[in-house]
Write a protein that binds this ligand. Structure first.
Ligand SMILES: O=C(O)[C@H](O)COP(=O)(O)O
Length: 211
């Protein structure tokens, strides 16, 4: 057994609440999002984990979530690395549009394909494959070596940047990833084998509400 990798999607953002495509836009957390981040931190505190390092994106909703979690686990000054490689998928021309308006304009199926498929990008944006093409190399070169050295690593990021990682860790197919949704603020605790494969996965909360 090597180290521990904890992945958590940011809490609800202001644009999540307004049902707007967000991508690389930079809204902060709502009051509910703050509560969700605190709940995720409390679950990790109850789990009894102490982290060696934390990673997050260049976007404030993930950075704020991370700060709240670190406060809850009693590590407010933990080494934290921010990198845009962990940013949410770029939603391109859809950024800022209401998701229901988009469904009315382009149809339910087309919007679902843009949001959840593996290799179909939204107009002017990134597909999940495009997102993974920046997330996975960053994970391999920066994060995984520290986990394999036995460190406990926390990553606070986004629904789709984390879906691109979870897809590989959980060995999901292109078809399987269509149904993968990550709830806001719910930590996923991975223990890895020496060969970087997943030894165990624990979800510290209710992932069923994810959509
Ligand atoms: O970027 C966004 O709009 C959200 O963070 C994720 O959106 P999605 O769940 O529609 O992919």
């Amino acid at each position: 057994m090597s180290g521990t990798l904890v992945l958590v999607r940011h809490g609800q953002s202001d644009w999540n609440l307004k049902n707007l495509f967000t991508g690389w836009k930079d809204p902060d957390l709502t009051e509910l999002g703050i509560q969700e981040a605190n709940a995720g931190g409390a679950a990790l505190a109850d789990y009894g984990i102490k982290f060696d390092v934390a990673y997050t994106s260049a976007l404030v909703r993930a950075q704020h979530t991370l700060k709240l979690i670190l406060d809850k686990v009693g590590q407010p000054n933990l080494e934290t690395i921010r990198d845009q490689a962990l940013n949410e998928r770029d939603y391109g021309d859809l950024s800022g549009l209401n998701k229901d308006d988009a469904r009315a304009k382009w149809g339910e199926e087309q919007v679902h394909v843009w949001r959840r498929s593996y290799d179909v990008p939204p107009p002017g944006g990134e597909s999940l494959r495009d997102t993974g093409a920046r997330v996975w190399p960053y994970y391999l070169t920066e994060i995984l070596p520290r986990v394999l050295r036995g460190e406990k690593v926390l990553v606070a990021a986004h629904g789709n940047s984390l879906r691109s990682l979870v897809m590989v860790l959980d060995k999901l197919s292109k078809e399987g990833v269509l149904a993968l949704n990550l709830a806001t603020g719910v930590p996923m605790v991975y223990k890895l084998n020496a060969d970087s494969t997943v030894a165990s996965k624990e979800v510290l909360g209710d992932m069923s509400g994810a959509h």
